[in-house]
Design a protein around this ligand. Structure first.
Ligand SMILES: [Zn+2]
Length: 277
């Protein structure tokens, strides 16, 4: 589906409670293309991408981060198109603790790593990396200055707030990355999941406010109930949410608690419980 003069999208067939209707892969450019977030290594999706590319040269395959719904198709698509994989750094995790989000793609091997403000350019497009750690430590957004557009990956999604799952997910970093987007002047976001976002700074400020509200709920809960375990906080604070998302909500509450711990507001109280300092 063509969304703007330079941007088209292809939806991958991987709908789930985490991916909404599925991962959206973006094609940027008219004659010579870039592909952003190639998606899962799924033969039907790769065939749909090759049909959308339609024989045009692909200059770069970029990944915002390395969750398995985003990057595994990078290598096979690279082989099919001859394009290099350029973008976020690979991720090495110190532990294999619980992961509430899609698991990590351990096989991701970029040909070139983009760091903040580095660019890849085609004849009618430029893509500039905007480092946005938080959802994952290696997350990048990509700015398209020709359309004042920003490809936001999972940092800002069009249908839900993103999952921040420690230890790789980091609420303090996420809030700094959100502020960074709030300070930019993009006119449209293209998220990996959900519809394009117009008036994006308003959404970013709203999402930051939502996190601050959640933080306030956690602090009030701990003040009222004393030392508490995360599942009890989730049950009280996420009423009406799909129970399949409770584990993810628990990871998000943990991310808030770690952030509060870093600011001297809350601390672990033993036995998986947390207390107010
Ligand atoms: Zn993700």
């Amino acid at each position: 589906m063509q969304l703007s003069p330079l941007v088209a999208r292809v939806l991958a067939p991987n709908p789930s409670p985490f991916t909404y209707t599925g991962t959206q892969t973006y094609l940027v450019g008219t004659g010579t293309l870039a592909v952003i977030d190639p998606g899962p290594d799924d033969p039907d999706h790769l065939a749909a991408l090759m049909a959308a590319v339609d024989g045009r040269p692909v200059l770069a395959i970029l990944c915002t981060h390395t969750h398995r719904d985003h990057s595994p198709a990078a290598r096979p698509l690279g082989v099919m198109t001859g394009a290099p994989v350029i973008g976020c750094a690979p991720l090495t995790l110190d532990d294999d603790g619980p992961r509430a989000d899609a698991a990590f793609d351990a096989d991701y091997r970029p040909d070139r790593i983009l760091t903040d403000a580095e660019q890849v350019a085609g004849p009618d497009w430029t893509l500039e990396a905007v480092a946005t750690p938080g959802h994952t430590s290696n997350h990048l957004c990509f700015a398209l200055p020709q359309e004042r557009a920003l490809f936001t990956g999972d940092h800002v999604m069009g249908w839900s707030t993103s999952v921040i799952s420690p230890p790789d997910g980091d609420m303090s970093a996420y809030m700094r990355s959100m502020q960074r987007l709030a300070d930019r002047d993009d006119v449209i976001y293209y998220p990996a999941h959900g519809d394009p976002v117009e008036s994006p700074q308003r959404l970013v400020r709203g999402m930051m406010g939502h996190r601050k509200q959640r933080e306030g709920q956690i602090v009030r809960f701990l003040r009222r109930h004393g030392d508490s375990a995360i599942p009890d906080m989730v049950a009280a604070m996420y009423k009406g949410v799909d129970p399949r998302l409770y584990p993810a909500a628990g990871r998000s509450v943990l991310a808030h608690l770690i952030d509060l711990d870093g600011r001297g507001v809350a601390a672990p109280a033993g036995d998986g419980r947390w207390r107010i300092v």
